[in-house]
Design a protein around this ligand. Sequence first.
Ligand code: ADP
Length: 270
Amino acid sequence: RLPVLVCGVVLQHHPFQGIAFILDNSARKELEQRKDSFISMASHELRNPLASLKMQTQLVRKRLEKQTHHEAAALLSRVEGPVKQLERLIGELLDVSKIQAGRLEYLQETVDLDALLHEVADTMQQLSPTHTIVVRGAVPCSLVGDKDRLWQAFTNLLSNAIKYSPDAETVEMDLSASAEIVMIRVRDHGLGIPREQCDKIFDRFYRVSGPRQRAIPGLGMGLYIVAEIVKAHGGTIMVDSAVGKGSTFTVTLPTRTSLSSPWIDREKQR
Ligand code: ADP
């Protein structure tokens, strides 16, 4: 909408510049589309050999374990970490291109959010033994949503909290609920985010500038996907942060979700 308005203004005063602007704009759009479809195709192409690599490695490792070749099995299990990392990266690339194309679908099922958050915290704790993850406010609460996507969203928030707290050891997750709304807070005491960049971190491919943030690997897709998942569940996400002190991400989700994206009823799917 904005470019059209800008075009109108430009055309009035500088006709040729205006035409150039329109052409420039449509060429840019086409380039964007081509880039999105390239990402989608490349991700699919990468995913297949990776899935096969993962399966073969697991198979060989299990056989070696059975034959008590523990040393060889341990060596092979080291391959599984980077393979999982690549799998997650490719999955995120695919998610981003699906969001862009409006094709990200959600399953509709009953989710025990309290249990899900504890599972996410336990899994992350095993993967990050140097940090302490504290979960507070165990309140039984369930909502209608997509369990795997909610898992993905909270895993992402928690793994960011850990990733961007290289010196601080504690990461907290608070859960509180009323009849209508569940509120989840993920808090860290790490690097923090400059105030003027706080609203940009949910944009696609955005990364906070600064040497300490940039030294930590990432592509700026996680929060874009998290925000999209939360939005699809009818919820909101906010960040409160101070540089050098840490960040708190607050997610609210309605318990009776007003579904806003393509939803698939899991019961009907079975
Ligand atoms: P990335 O893969 O780069 O971590 P995200 O989309 O998850 O991508 O995050 C976008 C950017 O927001 C990150 O690059 C980082 O600069 C900043 N960020 C996200 N979470 C935190 C956090 N807990 N503490 C500090 N900075 C964060």
